[in-house]
Design a protein around this ligand. Sequence first.
Ligand code: IPE
Ligand code: IPE
Ligand code: MG
Length: 266
Amino acid sequence: MKLSSLSPKGLFHRVRRRAAVQTIQPGDPRLPQHVAIIMDGNGRWARKRNLPRTAGHEAGLQIAREITQECVRLGIKYLTLYAFSTENWKRPKHEVSFLMNLFYDSLQKVTTELHDEEVRIRFLGHIDQLPPKLTALIKQVERQTAGNQRLTLNLAINYGGRHEIIQAVQGLVKKAQEQGLEPDTITEEQFARFLFTAGQPAPDLLIRTSGEQRISNFMLWQTAYTELYFTSTLWPDFGPDSFRAALSAYKRRSRRFGGIKEGRRK
Ligand code: IPE
Ligand code: IPE
Ligand code: MG
């Protein structure tokens, strides 16, 4: 322990920091409505323990479950988890097939539980390119949970922001051809209706774990005004306390969307 943290001032700071984290109350209107997470660092977590990378993915899955629970508890309405990118196919075959099996098994296991908690599960990404068994399960889970309104859990699997934008352009062009749409009349709102996140608010907060400070092709359109939060904590170590610390940091941010802070008009 550092000497400074033993001094009354250090103690005060520590208590104050803890107090800030503890002020996260369910239903607080200053909480984000939509949190998106780049769950990174599973491989490094495993390597540190001399375990195979796959053990890191298993541990990471537990954390995803805990954070989902925390969002339900806090009344956060949307949670988006980046689980597999369009670039992750570059990984060794055995890791990719382990992940596909993990997605399948865990979806089978947790869907009923999440359904009981009134969680709607949606998928963002190129779903039809996944193993057929997984694609079929995904469609069934989406149907089964479609009426739930407590939390929308978006699972981004085989997701790429550039792919999402291209497929939105394709959808819009098709519509234009069929209905004779004038290019000049196309609005941002119209375009956004062709994204996987159609009808959902943009993320207020984007968290990336593991110390990397990049977007890695995640929600390129939607994060235009999202608050970014980077932490060196590896994803399997990112429990509800770390999540609440991120929410506290978010609450201290001043979002201006290009304007000026309210009350400072002179
Ligand atoms: C994130 O952890 C999970 C996926 C991308 C599926 P990583 O597997 O990228 O872990 P690191 O970055 O190698 O530590
Ligand atoms: C981003 O992590 C993708 C997911 C978390 C699913 P990566 O580990 O694939 O990102 P890079 O390669 O470090 O940018
Ligand atoms: Mg990684």
